[in-house]
Design a protein around this ligand. Structure first.
Ligand code: SF4
Ligand code: SF4
Length: 131
């Protein structure tokens, strides 16, 4: 029906809505000409940060398989086997608290400032002593 009054849809309301959006238009238009604010991990390398602990690494040749690290681990992420001379860590269970590194009497555990690569399956890393 021509000339019918529809509440909230008059020309004044439309102008008011447009004016309300105006402050957002400037950053939107600016963003077309900027680099993306996010990175497409894991395709782009993560920036290095001094605050990042990284992940636990072991020098298996110095390990005596005493199991102290496994007992100190709050999430039971570590398993050791003296007979097999193996040290196992579940990267998905590790919360990177560093308690194992501090407790190791041989100081063969350390934090490496690299993040564990992304994975779709829960894997474990096993280190076996050669000699
Ligand atoms: S505490 Fe150190 S020496 Fe003992 S099992 Fe763990 S890594 Fe090996
Ligand atoms: S860093 Fe913490 S959670 Fe990870 S294995 Fe060591 S003790 Fe366990």
């Amino acid at each position: 029906m021509k000339g019918a009054f529809v509440p909230g849809c008059g020309p004044d309301t439309a102008r008011a809505k447009f004016m309300a959006y105006l402050p957002f238009l400037k950053p939107v238009i600016k963003s077309f000409f900027k680099k993306p604010a996010t990175q497409s991990y894991p395709f782009a390398p993560m920036p290095k940060d001094d605050l990042v602990r990284g992940h636990v690494e072991i020098d298996a040749e110095s390990c005596i398989f005493c199991g102290i690290c496994a007992r100190k681990c709050p999430t039971a992420a570590i398993a050791t086997d003296k007979n097999e001379k193996s040290w196992t860590i579940s990267r998905f269970a590790c919360i990177v608290c560093s308690a194992c590194c501090e407790a190791c009497p041989k100081k063969c555990l350390f934090m490496k400032k690299e993040l564990t690569p992304a994975s779709e399956v829960k894997t474990v890393d096993v280190a076996i002593k050669n000699a």
